[in-house]
Write a protein that binds this ligand. Structure first.
Ligand code: CA
Length: 351
């Protein structure tokens, strides 16, 4: 080897080393912690608190949760109204999905007269024969799951917050050991993209609980307000893929959507063939994995006494998904997850 070619080789080696080093730096700086941990095979430990059986989007969100290989689901708790009746629906979902390994916690009992709209789906389901664990005190189950975890738990809340507020009041230390991700509030836009913020159902129906949760000392706090979550509706071909899928997750969703449409007043039953309702809660489940498809703003958010979520620079900082970067890509993500072939990574097992 002459001096010139030796020098050339040295330069090539040096460039290769620099490029590799730079790439490594970029990898470690650019990845979200959750995504990085998934890459190592470590899952994100999560609790879901859901007011399932009121609006139907919670059922879609539960299906998305079960279909997402990024999660290690530690607990699902039922919130608002007849929480025991809701536990029955959740138990049938987990049994159908082959996921009775996930414990259920029954949340604080509310108004029992209200009933719910997915009763028909569980009319032949015998809860006494259910194989999974059911904690009668869901609030304590939330506390115990967070306090016993060696790493921070991600608490995804997709309904009003009586359970989470009660858990904070009973054991304030849970906040320092948990990340909060919620479908809550309205920052600059209201329902369906309307041009002014509005009182959002999950915040305003249990206002004091919302104020407790929005001032707690969480590791961090992320929300999808109406600005983004109220724009998600599957239509035409995207909806048809879920409707026609044989995947248990898709069937759970569609079977429940059918009984939900039938049992509601002023519902258009023909929607079952063409479109979903607004799928608010699915966005919170996505945000517990990653934020790529949304514009995130770190804003001080104060829950006002009249139930608004106002921007206030002196209030607790919250990561708010205020705009979509690519709503179509999120819809595709949702459809893909719910129709994943049985047996593929993360797909729920067949009964
Ligand atoms: Ca909900």
């Amino acid at each position: 080897m002459n001096t010139a070619s030796g020098y050339l080789m040295l330069v090539v080696l040096l460039i290769t080393a620099l490029v590799t080093f730079g790439w490594c730096l970029q990898e470690s700086a650019g990845s979200e912690p959750a995504e990085r941990s998934v890459g190592k095979g470590v899952k994100i430990p999560v609790i879901l608190d859901t007011d399932i059986c009121d609006d139907i989007d919670d059922t879609w969100a539960v299906a998305l949760l079960l279909q997402s290989p990024e999660f290690d689901v530690k607990l699902i708790t039922t919130a608002v109204g007849d929480t025991s009746a809701k536990t029955k629906v959740l138990a049938k979902i987990l049994q159908t999905a082959g996921r009775t390994d996930i414990p259920i916690g029954t949340g604080i009992v509310g108004d029992l007269k209200k009933g719910h709209r997915q009763d028909e789906w569980v009319k032949d389901f015998d809860l006494s024969k259910y194989a999974g664990k059911i904690y009668p005190d869901g609030v304590q189950a939330i506390i115990d799951t967070i306090m016993k975890s060696p790493e921070p738990i991600t608490l995804i809340a997709i309904g009003p917050l009586p359970n989470v507020a009660a858990a904070l009041e009973r054991e304030p230390n849970i906040a320092k050991k948990a990340r909060f991700v919620g479908m809550h509030g309205s920052v600059r836009r209201g329902y369906g993209g309307s041009p002014k913020p509005q009182r959002e159902y999950n915040v305003v129906t249990f206002l004091k609980a919302s104020q407790t949760v929005f001032t707690a000392d969480w590791v961090d706090m992320t929300i999808t307000p109406l600005d983004t979550c109220s724009l998600v509706v599957l239509k035409r071909d995207k909806y048809k893929k879920v409707l026609d899928s044989n995947n248990p997750a898709a069937k759970i969703v569609i079977d429940n959507y059918r009984v939900w449409l039938k049992s509601g007043k002023k519902m258009n039953e023909a929607d079952i063939n063409t479109r979903s309702s607004t799928l608010f809660d699915t966005v919170a489940v996505y945000l517990a994995i990653k934020t790529d498809l949304l514009e995130m703003e770190n804003l001080g958010i104060r829950v006002t006494n009249d139930g608004m979520t106002a921007i206030d620079e002196n209030a607790r900082k919250v990561n708010c998904a205020t705009k979509w970067k690519d709503l179509g890509a999120f819809e595709d993500f949702l459809v893909e997850r719910l129709t994943l072939p049985i047996g593929s990574a993360g797909a729920i097992k067949q009964e």
